[in-house]
Design a binder for this molecule. Structure first.
Ligand code: FE2
Ligand code: FE2
Length: 172
């Protein structure tokens, strides 16, 4: 029940358009490097709001251990979900489905395509995000957590106490 309610709240919350409030954006700007901030601003509004909630809770739980790179990991671990990734994946799926099914079957792919895109995005966003952050010289901890945040605990290289909090607070 708790889980279902949580997901319902999350879903209803995700329907509200727009990004976080102004004072939250100012806080994020004080945490992230300039290039990271540019990347963060490209995230979908509800994802940005979610990322602030996660980072605030990580900050509260870890106290002094919530360093800049740790908070950047909380804010940017899902950055691979930005539009560019979606369009890239959409193009791949469209190309593949067109090749396999032929253009005449396109209507039947409408639902499957949405599902395929979601699955594909889910699978790809840690790798995409990690590569983006590495390109802009984010801290190795930020890059590592972005790549590892959907992997089993045995594959984490980030400090276990920090990784555990980052993982617990996230819910996707
Ligand atoms: Fe994720
Ligand atoms: Fe997440």
């Amino acid at each position: 029940m708790g889980g279902a309610w949580h997901l319902t709240k999350r879903f209803l919350g995700s329907l509200r358009p727009g990004g976080p409030r102004r004072h939250d954006v100012a806080w994020v700007a004080s945490v992230l490097a300039a290039d990271e901030m540019r990347l963060w601003r490209r995230m979908y509004g509800p994802d940005r709001r979610h990322s602030v909630a996660i980072a605030r809770e990580v900050d509260r739980r870890l106290g002094d251990a919530a360093t800049g790179p740790v908070l950047a990991a909380a804010l940017l671990h899902d950055v691979g979900k930005v539009d560019a990734g979606l369009r890239t994946w959409g193009r791949v799926v469209a190309t593949m489905s067109g090749l396999v099914a032929g253009p005449g079957t396109a209507v039947a792919w409408a639902d499957g395509k949405g599902f395929t895109r979601r699955v594909g995005l889910y699978l790809q966003h840690p790798r995409l995000g990690g590569d983006m952050l590495e390109m802009i010289d984010s801290d190795p901890l930020t890059v590592a957590w972005t790549r590892q945040h959907h992997l089993p605990e045995s594959d984490w290289t980030v400090d276990p106490e920090i990784a555990r909090v980052l993982h617990e607070v996230d819910d996707d």
